[in-house]
Design a protein around this ligand. Sequence first.
Ligand SMILES: [Mn+2]
Length: 355
Amino acid sequence: MERRVRKLRRFMSAHELCGILITKPENRRYFSGFSGSAGMLLISEYASKLLTDFRYIEQAAAEAEQCDILRYAVSAYEMLSEITAKLGLTTIGFESDFVTYDMYTKLADSLPKLNLVPVQIDALRMVKDANEIASIKKAVEIADQAFSHILSYIKPGISEQAVALEIEFHMGKLGAEKPAFDTIVASGKRGALPHGKASQKIIQLGDFVTMDFGAVYQGYHSDITRTICIGTATAKQREIYEIVLAAQLAGVQATHPGKTGKDIDSESRKIIMNAGYGEYFGHGLGHSLGLAIHEEPRLSPGNTQTILKENMVVTVEPGIYLPEWGGVRIEDTVLVSANGCQILTASSKQLIECI
Ligand SMILES: [Mn+2]
């Protein structure tokens, strides 16, 4: 925690700020340890103050050991005004990618003498430390185990929703706090929807089924996608699957410190383009994850700026989606290492035919 706060204080001095007000839940947790849903974290050169309400006082004291915990009764803004005056702060940063116009108005009204500077601090979370990597690995392992469980559960005649619930229930039993996002189960033609949330559709013999899900463990996310065949795959299903698999392997192979998201995306994308399906792969190759399911840097054509570094954690997830036919996506969570990457996801990527 101290190292994280030191990093933030370096950011503050580089931006000539005497403090930062943190309200985004992921950042509040990252820089204090506090995992509750309400509170303001004010970090200045020498102070760390966590303002929260009655519901969270005990939890905050247990989780945010390095902070002074302050309880507000009516208005956090009023208390903030007293504290900033006491600390003699003149210029503080606020998270411009989180603070709403309404919150900003309240801040400006209650801190009339302060200079409020818009900042974005998510980038400070991009490189993961050992504790974070351990939590992500556990979240990945839970998702892997749920995938292996679902292979013995899924069969023709049950709904996508039943499959999603079984995945989520199993992850919970293995220690997940919650699913990383709404579990995607898209079967048959619905596989053409890249984000086809599980529906009442009944899974049928011959369907390709794309399952995209993850677990949250100690606040950290995992993300896995596998597409399996219910029954024996047709030649066309096998063709599409093998192209996506080749693209996924090329993406993993290309994931390397020093490269941009665009470099890695294009190594994978060119396999799908060369096979003639480029227009059916309409999303980026992957994203980083951690305390949030989608973090920077992205592995996408748009990321020409951010260079990958050791101990970033990203997903590699190409897909092909054919309207009125269906789709295939294969996704691993990978850890960027000193000279390449380590695939954290352990589930097999060979085409599975569930009979
Ligand atoms: Mn993903």
